[in-house]
Design a protein around this ligand. Structure first.
Ligand SMILES: [Fe+2]
Ligand SMILES: [Fe+2]
Length: 204
């Protein structure tokens, strides 16, 4: 049975994948932008770890993998005859950042780096959960029931699981025992947020 890399508290209902696959071109286009932003986000986190060889190497590998996913989603789209559309933004990632900003106001003990690492870990874990659902549903979809594409989806799902655990381990290495209670807090916030967002042809 599929188990997401973090104990997510709101399971995505299986019919979500059907809704997301209504516009597969839009879905892949949105996902391409997500992979690009994931690469940029890994690179921007490098600034927080000067002199930390393990963290730097892990983030460099993460950025490299996300950039590789970005290129391959673009190539898959070209193979299907689809074009990259303008970025529609991501209400889910934006929502998590807004929660962080709201919570941080007026607090002296706020730890923005801990929050950024945990948000990255949650986004990866949710992506992994939903890529798994898409992989199940894609076999019912004439154009996406393609061995090469399904193998790529499976690879993405496994990679994003590794990224979720990688970000969580960076948070644990830097923040020690403060990581787990904050992750517990974030798991509730993430569940509230994802359940309130409308379904669209996007992973989030
Ligand atoms: Fe990725
Ligand atoms: Fe990822």
């Amino acid at each position: 049975m599929f188990k997401p890399p973090l104990p997510l508290r709101a399971e995505t209902p299986a019919p979500w994948a059907e809704a997301a696959l209504r516009d597969p071109e839009g879905l892949l286009s949105d996902h391409a932008h997500c992979e690009k932003k994931a690469a940029l986000s890994a690179l921007s986190l490098l600034h927080a770890f000067p002199g930390d060889a393990r963290a730097t190497t892990l983030l460099a590998r993460l950025a490299e993998e996300e950039l590789n996913h970005f290129r391959r989603v673009l190539e898959a789209m070209a193979r299907f005859g689809w074009a990259l559309r303008p970025d529609r933004g991501n209400a889910y990632a934006q929502g998590l950042l807004e929660i962080m900003d709201r919570d941080r106001k007026g607090r002296k003990d706020a730890e923005p780096l801990l929050d950024r690492l945990l948000i990255a870990s949650l986004i990866e874990a949710r992506s992994c959960e939903r890529l798994h659902l898409l992989e199940q549903a894609a076999t019912e979809h004439a154009q996406l029931d393609d061995a090469e594409w399904l193998a790529f989806l499976f690879e993405l799902e496994r990679c994003e699981a590794g990224h979720a655990l990688g970000y969580r381990s960076l948070a644990e290495d830097r923040f020690g025992a403060r990581m787990a209670p904050r992750l517990d807090w974030w798991l509730d916030r993430e569940a509230e947020l994802i359940q309130g967002l409308p379904w669209r042809s996007a992973v989030h």
